[in-house]
Ligand binder design. Sequence first.
Ligand SMILES: [Zn+2]
Length: 316
Amino acid sequence: MNSNLVTIVADVRPRQAYLAVVDFNGRFLAQMATPITSDPEQSVSKLGIAMRSLMDQHPEKTFEGAGVSLPGRVDPDTQRLILAPNLSWSGFDIKKVLQQKLKLQVEMDNDANACLLSELWFGRMDGVRNAVLVSLSEGLGTAILANGQLLSGKNGLAGEFGHIPLDPTGILCGCGLHGCWETFASSDAALRFYAELAPDARKVTIHDLLQLTEEGDKQAIQAISKQASFLGKGLRLITAAISPEVILITGALTTYWNRFGPIVENELRATMLAGTPPRLEIASGGELARLRGAAAIVLQRHSGYNRSTHPVRARA
Ligand SMILES: [Zn+2]
């Protein structure tokens, strides 16, 4: 594809947004980060300014639109964020503000959908008709490819497996219910397990915690193993509902998959209703998958392909 055509993309997370200029072959030309707070007006304004400044660094490129990956659900009709338990921006018109600042068409989607689209456009999904992607971060999001179609559902809410309670007596979730799958299997869940196991330890990030497992820290290993175990147990929700050929996992845990992947795999195997389990794989792109996915959202909407009928991927 024409490498002069690029997109400006953002991966918005509860505490930080990552920005990049990505070409239509999925290559990164520039990256930066900007802080995010619970104040949508201030945060989105700053985000727009940062995206604009990154665009201005590439005057030789043609910007074909902007893509935004969000940690919540976007209503397909209103294009507003309607469910974002870890980011209190519900109802705020992100798209309108960004379009004004960037003077570009802005496309938005849920972070898990963005990652699945990244796999479809830039990954190795040829021939796969049924897949589920599980995205681990502060929360746990999923995206569903069913019969070759990315499932959106009424109000864009299909695939909220993360908010199905595994234990109604568990801790309060951001969605208002107790003991949702994400309160056991997200990165934040692993951090909570670690704080419970090592109450005197310093406050760590998920990357610090994973590094500690590498250094042999017993409590860190226990905390991540517990997260991996609950991740595997919860996959039963997915196999029972969708029975996909492939389950793709993305998020910090996948950087230590050699160590913790087998725990997930064993739980998945143990919870199958019948038959062989789906292939369990790590999504490609790692931490960059959402940014690349945000570019795929733009590519999808501008390519003339309807993603609901033609999940055709780009070829370099
Ligand atoms: Zn919940």
